[in-house]
Design a protein around this ligand. Sequence first.
Ligand SMILES: [Zn+2]
Length: 241
Amino acid sequence: MKGAVICCNGDVMKKKRLTAAAAILFLCMLMGLLYHKEMETALTTMAYRPLSGITIVLDAGHGGKDNGAMISGVNEQDINLSIIQKLKTLLEGSGASVQLTRDGNYDLADDGVSNRKRDDMKKRVAMINDTTPDIFISVHLNAYPNTSVHGAQVFYQKGNPSSEQLAGILQENLKEATGSKMIEKPGDYYILNESKKPGVLVECGFLSNAEDRAHLQEDAYQQTIAETLFDGILEYFDMMI
Ligand SMILES: [Zn+2]
């Protein structure tokens, strides 16, 4: 009987030791897991800024006395700027350095110049060439006599593979997000022809089309366009690495 008790106590002690060891092991594992999770979260928050080191010039078309397209009281220049500002916020949130050609309702021409439009465009191109960004994005809205024509369209620099690649990605994303049936095309625009860095000109829709015009005035739609361009830019730089 005595022996059995000792034997039993021995078993109990062994069991207690095993339970304690298991508890310590479990605590160690838990702490390790928590530490790992914490580190992972810290690293994710700290490191995932995919556009760190990237410089982007954003150009809101027109400004000042130059409204751009103006249909049924809707100004192109205001919507261009609103989309650009939303895009700027997204890009900076991902670590990009962003320069705007304008951040208000004005153009860049000097007072007293004989051709305001030409001077304004020269200044925008000079800003791009002086900043030497990785890419630039110029945002406009289109207008056309045939009011049934609609949809966002991206134009690239002819003979510039980087510009064409960026345009292709942005166009695909815009098709998906807005239902545009347009395809990207080489564009004969001063800002595309004269800038020495790859860039695209995005016509975000047609103010001459009633449905596009209604959408383009909505803050949520402008945000969708900005987010779509942002996603495309991320995709573009992801492919470049
Ligand atoms: Zn325009």
